[in-house]
Design a protein around this ligand. Structure first.
Ligand SMILES: Nc1ncnc2c1ncn2[C@@H]1O[C@H](COP(=O)(O)OP(=O)(O)O)[C@@H](O)[C@H]1O
Ligand SMILES: [Mg+2]
Length: 243
């Protein structure tokens, strides 16, 4: 039985899509059959981070409306075996999809994939609810700044109230310089957000360069952020890797 992990945050631009793409790629590269689902109908950019923009033929709504099975709608990545992608619906509000349809889609996904990573929109609106309501766990992505940490804390609280069993915090784009200027440490951020840490990802130029090259980060680089995301994936599958 597969596990659905919602990638969320309070504030926009913290790196949810980057995380969803990178962690899904790493889990697949580690040999797990993995599905990355774009639940951010507003922005729809998970395909870009996966380097799969040219491969979109179907989306969530095709499965929700039973035009296609999940197996027919999801596309396998051309460069990473075991990695599959399902796009967000174009020009359709997430609210039109409905929580029941999303829950059914995730149920179907649990049957065929070991991991399902759902890239969510920022904030606590409908898209967040759609992805999080029927997820088995969540990763809240925060950067080191106050607004982002506050958003993460609110999101973690909301997930707890919704009964999402396991919420983990990922601190993204941490670089020693800016953290020192802000006067915060990773420990401060964890305390403030009140969730267990799944990893710290460095600020790294590779992230943007990989997007420009339309190549998944794991295929683009080995060190820096790519290395940090690989560690996150390994912790998710139960390996003990010190942070
Ligand atoms: N670790 C990182 N190092 C450098 N840039 C990053 C990192 N993580 C994300 N970014 C950049 O930050 C921007 C926002 O990331 P994105 O994943 O789209 O955020 P979200 O999905 O939360 O809105 C993008 O331009 C992305 O390339
Ligand atoms: Mg995004």
């Amino acid at each position: 039985m597969g596990r659905v992990i919602a990638i969320t945050s309070g504030k926009g631009g913290t790196g949810k899509t980057t995380t969803a793409a990178a962690v899904a790629s790493c889990l697949a590269a580690l040999g797990h059959r993995t599905l990355a689902v774009d639940c951010d109908a507003g922005l729809r950019n998970l395909d870009v981070s996966l380097g799969m923009s040219e491969f979109i033929v179907a989306d969530i709504s095709d499965v929700a409306d039973a035009r296609l099975s999940l197996g027919e709608a999801a596309r396998e990545h051309p460069g990473i075996p075991n990695l599959f992608f399902l796009s967000a619906p174009a020009g359709r509000a997430p609210s039109e999809l409905g929580a029941d349809a999303m829950a059914r889609l995730f149920d179907e996904a649990r049957e065929s994939y070991e991991y399902v990573l759902a890239d969510s929109p920022a904030g606590l609106g409908t898209g967040f609810n759609l992805a999080s309501a029927s997820a088995d766990s969540a990763i809240v992505v925060s950067m080191g700044d106050k607004a982002s940490v506050r958003g993460a804390a609110k999101t973690a609280d909301t997930l707890r109230a919704m009964g999402t069993p396991d919420t983990r915090l990922l601190i993204n784009r941490l670089d020693g310089g800016s953290a020192r200027r802000l006067g915060v440490t990773a420990d401060d951020i964890i305390d403030l957000a009140g969730a267990r840490l799944i990893g710290i990802v460095r600020e790294s130029r590779d992230v943007q360069d990989a997007v420009t090259a339309e190549t998944p980060l794991v295929l683009f680089a080995r060190g820096g952020a790519a290395r940090d995301f690989l560690d996150v994936a390994r912790r998710l599958r139960g390996e003990e890797i010190p942070i």
